[in-house]
Design a protein around this ligand. Sequence first.
Ligand code: BV8
Length: 239
Amino acid sequence: MKKIVVFSGAGLSAESGIPTFRDSGGLWEQHRIEDVASPEGWERNKELVLNFYQQRYLKSLQCRPNPAHTAIAQLQQSFEVINITQNIDTLLERAGAQNVWHLHGRIDYQKCELHYSIPPYDDSSFSCNYRAQIASPTKLGDLCPKCGSQLRPDVVWFGEAVDMRQEYLDEQVETADIFVGIGTSAQVYPAAGLLPLFGRAPQKFFIDPHPAYDKLEDYEVLEGTASEQMPRLAAMLLV
Ligand code: BV8
C-alpha cells in the first residue's frame, strides 16, 4: 500500500463549526494567546484558562466531521494514511481515521499541572505523569488523584515543548509517497516545519482558501475549502 501523510490545522475543522485561530473572528481574537494558552497565563488565572478550554470542549461535542474528515478516512481503503494534526478536536477519529497524531494534544484529555513535558528537570522540581481521558470539562478544584495538584487540559501551550517523536517522524518523511497539507497558516513551530520537511515526498498537495504560497514551493496547491477540495483530491487519488 502506498503511504499518505496528511498534515492538518484548524482550517480542516472550520466547516464543522470550530473557529480557526487567526481568521477574523478566530479563537484568539477573543483572547490573548498569552492569557489562555501559555504556562504564564495558567499561573496568572487558571479559571480563565479552564473556561476557555471548557467552551472549546463543549463546542467540539456539538460539531460533526465534515466531508474533508470523511474523505481523509476513506483514503484508508486503498492507502496507509498517517494523520499529523495540530488540532485538538477528535473529528478525524469520529470520521473513522485510524492513525491520528495530535501534535498539540487533545481537548478530551486532562493531565496534572505538574506534568512537565520538558525533561530533564532539576531534582528540586516535581513531576507527575497523571493523564486521563475526560467525559466533562476540567474545572477549578478538579485535583490530580496522584498528587493533589490542579488538573489542566492535556494540550501543548506556547512555550511548552512539542514531542516531535523524531524517530517516528523521520520514518514518515522517508516513506511518505504522498503528502497533503490542509487548513493551516503554517505559522506555529515546530509543527510548521513539517511543510519543508516533507518537501521530498514524490507528490505534495496543499488545500487552503488562502494558501501560504511562500511556504509551498513544489506543492500542487488546491485553492479552496477543505470540504470542497479534500473529497476531490481523495477521488482523484482513489481512481
Ligand atoms: C515551543 C494549543 C519551545 C492547543 C497551540 C518565532 C519563530 C519560531 C517559533 C517561535 C517564535 N516565537 C515563539 C515561537 C515558538 C512558538 C511559535 O511557533 N509561535 C508562533 C506564533 C510564532 N511555538 C511554541 O511555543 C511551541 N513550543 O516552541 O517550545 C521549547 C522547547 C524545549 C523546551 C521548552 C520550550 C508550542 C506551539 C504549540 C502552541 N499550541 N495550540 C490549543 O489550544 O489548540 S498552537 C495553535 O495554533 C493550534 O494548535 C493551531 O492548530 C495552531 C496553528 O494554527 P493553524 O492550525 O494553522 O490555524 P490558523 O487559524 O493559524 O490557520 C487556519 C488556516 O486554515 C488558514 O490558513 C486558513 O486560510 C485556513 N482555512 C480557513 N477556513 C478553511 C481553511 N482551510 C480549509 N478549509 C476551510 N474552510
